[in-house]
Design a protein around this ligand. Structure first.
Ligand SMILES: *Cc1c(COP(=O)(O)O)cnc(C)c1O
Length: 483
């Protein structure tokens, strides 16, 4: 069977377009969560290795049938589990074109347009997010790899100040580095430190109060605590823009000068929260953020670019280049242009700049700010409306787009463990209804249903539909005398 030739490509793309439009139209009618079981998905997908070729269109139809019920409809506006953005029309279409163009975006010489598009994205993002103009940047797979990129630069800079060339000599006999962070940090930080050879043990956690905010006094005390070291230990201070449970921000205006006074490198985890910078109403949260040394954020969360897409920014471009720059005799290194390979941990890589470029070009600063504002408003409405139902307690009213609710066991004298069980049971029931998707977390020892709104596609009508679904779930669980 012949799979070559532009005829089959055209037929495959037309089939994809039809299937895609069908999927989008049916999103409203189908469950938001994925109802198919792992057994069912394995039965459909773990087939014997195909020995002969098949028609691409037939393969595509078969694939679409096989994954049915196994996809989260996270782009339909009623998915509130985790911070998972949707896709805007321009960025989705540009992402399709990225596949068609199939550029290797590692080097300018391989794809001049991909390299220059990334340059444009970097400049736009730096301006949008209010970062120093001179910052270097990298388009990576997500905030996780943005942390790796930024912290590699931090490691280079801090150790070179100690007279240590970590790129040549590694960490075997290097001075110790430490990381000071609030205990509420995201797990991706720890993984970045593991990859970079600093180890999760290099982190000193500072306990934060119920509000999740790191106090200046606590940071100062941790920085001054050099008990086991003869002199100042090279230090990275990790700050947060948008706590994953509460949406809280560290106070950059207060904390960054304290860290700087101690010569620390300040890295900001702003996976979604940094986008508050684009909103008039919420930009006060990121005041002073530009004084940090590096910043990590995502395109696939609040900017609503398709997966995968993250961004790293580093004030000291020399440290960034020194930690990742690469030369090889068989490559053509550009003298005038920017080679993405010098700024990212990847070699061959997807030209993910096209989707970001299209997202920013189509939305503009105002459109991005509007997505942020409407998500925050919908998050507040969801929390307030569900929180007003009987037996619901609001643990965290959104400061931006994250909130926490707890479903109470209403029998007199019910214990915390029973409220925990009720919270899990009601959440499970809502997901099973197919009307919305939420996930639970443990926050200050209590089970809580997390509400994250980051899809541009969420509307007031969808929010009202979800509140009704939660009301029904609460009634069903009470009626069936859960326990
Ligand atoms: C999602 C998230 C990350 C990890 O980002 P990925 O894009 O999944 O790699 C890191 N920090 C915070 C606060 C996040 O919300």
């Amino acid at each position: 069977m012949n799979v070559a030739g532009s005829g089959s490509t055209e037929r495959a793309l037309r089939a994809a377009l039809t299937l895609a439009i069908e999927y989008i139209h049916q999103r409203e009618l189908n469950p938001v969560g994925a109802p198919a079981s792992v057994e069912e998905l394995r039965r459909r997908l773990l087939m014997p290795l195909p020995l002969e070729s098949s028609d691409p269109v037939a393969v595509l139809h078969e694939l679409a049938r096989s994954v049915d019920g196994g996809l989260a409809r996270s782009t339909g506006g009623r998915f509130f589990g985790w911070v998972i953005g949707g896709v805007t029309p321009a960025s989705l279409a540009a992402d399709w074109m990225t596949g068609v163009w199939d550029q290797n975006a590692g080097m300018y010489e391989v794809s001049p347009a991909a390299a220059v598009v990334e340059e444009a994205c970097g400049k736009w993002l730096i301006e949008l997010l209010g970062l120093p103009k001179e910052s270097s940047f990298a388009l990576v797979t997500g905030c996780q790899m943005a942390h790796v990129t930024c912290l590699a630069a931090a490691r280079n800079s801090l150790l070179s100040r100690e007279g240590w060339d970590v790129e040549r000599d590694g960490l075997y006999a290097a001075p110790r580095l430490r990381v000071i962070s609030s205990s509420q940090r995201h797990g991706s930080i720890e993984r970045a430190l593991r990859i970079l050879g600093m180890g999760s043990g290099s982190v000193t956690d500072i306990d934060v109060g119920d509000d999740g905010v790191l106090s200046g006094a606590a940071l100062e005390a941790a920085l001054e605590d050099n008990r086991n070291a003869p002199r100042n230990v090279p230090t990275i201070v990790l700050l947060q823009a948008g706590d994953l449970n509460t949406g809280y921000f560290d106070d950059f205006d207060e904390l960054i000068p304290i860290a700087r006074k101690h010569g620390a490198w300040v890295h900001v985890d702003g996976a979604f929260g940094m986008w508050a910078a684009t909103s008039k109403e919420h930009s006060h949260w990121v005041s002073g953020i530009g004084k940090a040394d590096s910043w990590a954020t995502d395109g696939h969360k609040w900017l609503n670019v398709p997966y995968d897409c993250g961004y790293a920014f580093v004030r000291d471009r020399t440290a960034h280049y020194a930690s990742l720059g690469h030369k090889a005799s068989y490559l053509i290194h550009s003298k005038e242009a920017r080679d993405p390979i010098d700024w990212t941990p990847e070699y061959s890589r997807r030209a993910r700049g096209f989707a970001t470029y299209a997202a920013i070009a189509s939305l503009g600063r105002e459109g991005i700010g509007n997505i942020v504002d409407s998500c925050c408003e919908h998050a507040r409405t969801l929390v307030d409306a569900i929180g007003a139902l009987p037996g619901v307690s609001i643990l965290q009213r959104p400061t931006i787009n994250q909130g926490l609710l707890r479903f109470l066991d209403r029998r007199p004298g019910a214990a915390e463990a029973e409220h925990d069980a009720m919270t899990d049971a009601v959440t499970k029931h809502i997901v099973a209804s197919g009307e919305a998707f939420f996930a639970c977390t443990t926050w200050h020892g209590m089970r809580a249903m997390r509400i994250s709104v980051s899809d541009w596609n969420t509307t007031s009508e969808k929010v009202a539909r979800v509140v009704t679904a939660v009301e029904t779930a609460l009634r069903d669980v009470a009626k069936n005398n859960f326990r």
